[in-house]
Design a protein around this ligand. Structure first.
Ligand SMILES: Cc1cc2nc3c(=O)[nH]c(=O)nc-3n(C[C@H](O)[C@H](O)[C@H](O)COP(=O)(O)OP(=O)(O)OC[C@H]3O[C@@H](n4cnc5c(N)ncnc54)[C@H](O)[C@@H]3O)c2cc1C
Ligand SMILES: NC(=O)C1=CN([C@@H]2O[C@H](COP(=O)(O)OP(=O)(O)OC[C@H]3O[C@@H](n4cnc5c(N)ncnc54)[C@H](OP(=O)(O)O)[C@@H]3O)[C@@H](O)[C@H]2O)C=CC1
Ligand code: HEM
Ligand SMILES: [Fe+3]
Length: 468
């Protein structure tokens, strides 16, 4: 079992077990934090610095020398210096010859330089073996131990032995090394910490546009229309009842958009008669951000449930109930309508069941949970239960609308009730999916997915073409 150091107290190592000496160039934030962590894990650390006497705040137990003296103490040198200050390393070429240089640098902008910092370092001191690593770990996380977000260390390098040595150090520090191949991958690794939720951008924009559109649609129907025709001020609806239309409709629409690409992908494969041609980029990207779409949809569903919980305590609802009670007393008999009881209880029950499965989908997408299930189990939950969630939530909305569906009395300026908008994508989707799972079609699709091709001659000629 490999020894790794999590956040243990400095280990007292007897001399025989002393681990190798690591040299760190630069006594700045990152150099100091990495040195501190390394000493904690039993390494001996020698810092290289421009002013060894002046360096303060260094972890105790560390030695600090000039760069060239420090380099002679180890064959692994971690260059904790900004790329802009690499030039002086050419003067150390002789003492660095044959050593492993670990480039930990990041840039301020994506693709700031034509080549990666690691490749630039390899050009500056060609006699060394450069490995890229540690740039995705923050100095603060190293120091505070809060490594949850950045426990993964992407590593790459042309010399596999050197890369292995560095990855062993990563493991000893309790981090997770991910081998990304040769030094060519350094550019991507350097861009990685600069991206800001790359997979969330499209889903967030789409959700924002959807919510804004739905909000104004409901304001037109439920605030402006009554004001124009009945001079009634219903602006208070913008606080609870309109958001409690916007959020559930957005939740249902986004949930349908999670499963729509799978349907489009299936239709594409049937149309092409093969699974061996790439999906168009827009479909690829859509497929890749389904998780984010699904989680945003779940967030909206939660909001909808919270807004629904407060319905009975709303002043407006209590005022309405009081009025109904008064009229009921006035005209005495008002027998229970079992059909209305059935109607309201059934749509609520469908909503609760749909929401339960929705939450289950969200839980299985937590890495700690999805890592414990195999691919088939994951797909069963995400795909099969996902569709069941969609069916239940669509049925909940249909039942909620009941007989009002598109009845002329609900149209306002020809605009149907908002919930009708929620039904467009899910119902279309479910109808197409229903057709796709017809045995005759499903059998062909399954064969295609198992590698059968309608006409391998034509498709081999077409192979590699990307779009339709
Ligand atoms: C709350 C929530 C959380 C979610 N979390 C995640 C998550 O963590 N990770 C995630 O990936 N998704 C997540 N999703 C999105 C969604 O549940 C999954 O992507 C789900 O797998 C989609 O199922 P599908 O049947 O539409 O598509 P898939 O099962 O992915 O299939 C899509 C298409 O891929 C092709 N295909 C599928 N299987 C094969 C095969 N064996 N051979 C060839 N082609 C094939 C077919 O064309 C198929 O139509 C989440 C959704 C929600 C609502
Ligand atoms: N800070 C962080 O969280 C992370 C930083 N990194 C990377 O680590 C490297 C160091 O970052 P960080 O420690 O924050 O930077 P700092 O500016 O805090 O420290 C850089 C160190 O480089 C040394 N250095 C050598 N030559 C020069 C020079 N000409 N001008 C200035 N400094 C020089 C200095 O050490 P001395 O004075 O002893 O010579 C200085 O302390 C960078 O490449 C950064 O991208 C990567 C991941 C996270
Ligand atoms: C605990 C679970 C749920 C309960 C108790 C519930 C309850 C309700 C209630 C009471 C309404 C009527 C709201 C009103 O008249 O103001 C409603 C409407 C609606 N619900 Fe739910 N719901 C649940 C879950 C869901 C989920 C998971 C979805 C979709 C993903 C959803 C989608 C909708 C939609 C689209 C409407 C119509 C909104 C409108 O146009 O007014 N609901 N729900
Ligand atoms: Fe810094």
């Amino acid at each position: 079992m490999e020894k790794t150091c999590t956040d243990a107290l400095p280990l007292t190592m007897n001399s025989s077990e002393k681990q190798e000496t690591i040299c760190i160039f630069g006594t700045g934030d990152f150099g100091r934090s990495l040195g501190f962590k390394m000493i904690q894990c039993g390494y001996s650390v020698v810092f290289g610095s421009r002013n060894p006497q002046m360096s303060s705040l260094l972890p105790n137990g560390a030695e600090v020398l000039s760069y060239s003296e420090a380099a002679q103490n180890s064959d692994i040198i971690i260059v904790a210096i900004h790329r802009e200050h690499y030039d002086f390393l050419t003067e150390l070429a002789e003492v660095l010859n044959g050593k492993i240089l670990v480039d930990v640098s990041n840039n301020l902008k994506i693709n700031q330089y034509p080549e990666s910092n690691a490749e630039y370092l390899a050009q500056l001191v060609p006699g060394t073996r450069v490995v890229k690593a540690f740039n995705t770990v923050s100095a603060w996380a190293l120091q505070s131990g809060a490594l949850d977000a950045s426990r993964q260390v992407f590593a790459c390098g042309n010399d596999s032995k050197a890369k292995q040595r560095v990855m062993d150090i990563v493991r000893t520090l309790g981090l997770t090394p991910l081998d990304q191949g040769s030094l060519v991958a350094a550019k991507e690794i350097e861009n990685y910490p600069l991206q800001l939720f790359p997979m969330w951008r499209f889903p967030i924009y789409l959700s924002a546009v959807l919510c804004i559109f739905l909000f104004f649609y409901c304001v037109v129907r439920e605030v402006i229309y009554p004001y124009v025709y009945k001079k009634k001020d219903e602006t208070f609806r913008m606080a609870i009842s309109i958001p409690n239309r916007v959020f559930p409709i957005a939740a249902l629409t986004l949930l349908a958009l999670v499963y729509l690409p799978g349907v489009i992908a299936a239709i594409l494969q049937l149309y092409r008669g093969t699974k061996y041609r790439r999906f168009p980029d827009w479909l690829d990207h859509w497929m890749l951000c389904r998780k984010q779409l699904g989680l945003i949809a779940l967030g909206f569903a939660f909001l909808h449930v919270l807004y629904t919980l407060v319905i009975p305590i709303r002043y407006y609802v209590r005022w309405k109930l009081r009025n109904i009670t008064v009229t009921q007393i006035a005209n005495k008999d008002n027998p229970l309508s079992t059909s209305s009881a059935w109607h309201s209880d059934s749509y609520l029950a469908l909503g609760i069941l749909g929401f339960f499965l929705f939450v289950l989908l969200g839980i299985t997408s937590l890495p700690s949970v999805s890592n414990t299930v195999n691919w088939r189990e994951f797909r069963f939950v995400q795909s099969k239960l996902g569709y069941l969630t969609l069916i239940l939530c669509t049925a909940h909305t249909l039942a909620y609308g009941g007989k009002r569906f598109l009845s002329p009395s609900t149209l306002r300026w020809c605009l149907p009730s908002a919930y009708v908008l929620a039904l467009i994508i899910p119902c279309t989707m479910l109808v197409i999916k229903f057709i796709l799972i017809m045995p005759c079609i499903d059998k062909t699709l399954t064969r295609i997915r198992q590698g059968w091709e309608r006409n391998s001659k034509i498709s081999s000629a077409l192979n590699g073409k990307t779009d339709i």
